[in-house]
Design a protein around this ligand. Sequence first.
Ligand code: ADP
Length: 631
Amino acid sequence: MQATAAPTPALARELDDQMRTQERQLVVVRLSVVALGVAFLLVFGEPIAGRFALIGVLAGVAAYSLLIPLLMRRLPALPVAVAGVVLDMLAVSAVVWLATNVPDAYLFYSLVILGIAVRFGMVASVVAALAMSALYVAIEIAHTGLEATQGPVLPVRVLYLVIFGVVAGLFSQIIRRRAAENAVLQQRLQADEGERERARERELLSRLARDFGSSLERDATHRAIASGSAGLLGDATLLLTAEPEGGRLVAAAADGRDRELAERWRALLDARRVRLGEGAVGRAAQRGIAILEPARDDGPDADAVREVGADWILATPIQAGGRVLGVLATVGRGGREPDERLRRLADALADRAGPALQNAILWSDLQERVAREQYAQRIKDDFLSVVSHELRTPLTSIQGYSQLLEARLRGERGASKEMRHVRVILSQVTRMRRLVDDLLDVNRIDRRGGVSIEPVPFDLAELLREAVNRVRRMEPEREVTLDAPETIAVTLDRERMDQVLGNLLDNAVKYSPDGGPVRVLASVSGHEVEVRVTDVGIGIPPEQRDQVFERFYQADDGQSRRRFGGLGLGLAISRAIVEAHGGGIRVAPNDEDGRGSVFSFRVPLIATAADGVAADDADAIPPFVRGRTAP
Ligand code: ADP
């Protein structure tokens, strides 16, 4: 032990193991010596006195030699070794005592001394040599009396034993040092191997963590967790997930070296839907701790461990965000129960499965919510479409007949009162139709992500004149001027452009309640045309100018603008139309007149359908709104 002054527990274990090996080897040596001795005595031992007693002693040696391995299973190696040495010494002494006419029997003491030297080192070897010399001298004196000490024979023999003790001690020194070095080396090798093994484990775990989180889809995540873990755990591995409401666990995915076992186990637990607190799996989920259990023959088998013929189950909870999301369970058949390493691996796998499982749950919740919202949106859209369409039909009739009436009254004298009434009807019905059309449009923009346009060649100047005349007809008292080139050849969506002009002119009139003038100006520069609509009305507070193009937005300057009516959709739709043509729209204060607003938009002279959302997604629209709805 000198070579390892303060052995670590691992080294002490290693040395103890070595001593056990050594004792087992010495048992073989003892039995060989006994066998040789018995054979010798039987063949040549006739003249030896006490031959059968000697055979008896040798049989005793064989007997305790055979006991040594059994004792070492229960006791530490050292006391067994010491007991063996003492018995050896006694056996040799008995041999020396019995074989009175064999003077060299004392030489057997050297075997015992050698054994002690090998086991306990130099000092023990010399002490043993001295002790055995004394024993030997005592036996000789007991046999022959004091005259045995006369003459050189006894001192020479004692000297031999002592010198043998020293030499054996020196010899053992070398052997023992080498053994200690070997033990240290062995330990270092094991430590290195352990470190390598842990590094391999770490790498594998981080790869698995990546695999676990590679998909957000719930089933794929479940499969990745079960299959990734299966390779490292028991014969079959099962992932159970906690039901969001109610304390049950669902068998989500299974895999394992024994596929058939894994599938059978999954099917059993799937049908069973283990409750929290039930079986090892249920308790692991309830308490949030790993549970290792042998298959029991008594009591209910909630985990179906016995039913699938497994011998043990290890259930490790999977947690994230302070919640148990599931259980990683594994079972094994035959062999030993899971060791520390397997339990550590199960913990590490469950740690990595937690965030992946949580992400998958969040993702699927999100998808469900989106699907629900999409459904609600679709119902709203369909409702709007139906209502708007149902409203448009009667409005179209009212509008048509009041126009007819207005035309007829225009020719009649003395019908100015009726004429006024019809104009009110016409203006209100036109307004209502525009509201319904706006709702329908916004709905379509929502569905298709933009306005669909159908560019055709036409004269924009003519369209401007028509729009301005329309306002003049509706508002005969108001001054509405147009400043535009004679013709402006464009390829745009004529109806949509008319709609934008209508919106801007309506607003200019609507938000100039004092009857102020409205000016329309159009100019072409390069490949673009710009149209400005100027009024001297109530204007828009500067901080709200950007927002008037948002849907359902109505500017507010403290006074109630609600009195003007409207839904706050016209400008949002106009912007969508202008942008679909590849242009832009904006509003500025009317600095020239000191009050009112200037709305202006510019569009390319030739718009291509690609700028807008050209293709009608006919399937997305209910059959009754299919086709173009004219404003
Ligand atoms: P609506 O006129 O139906 O409310 P719009 O989208 O056409 O909806 O206009 C949005 C808001 O912008 C209006 O509510 C109004 O407050 C403001 N606005 C639009 N045009 C003018 C204008 N010419 N003068 C002053 N305010 C305007």
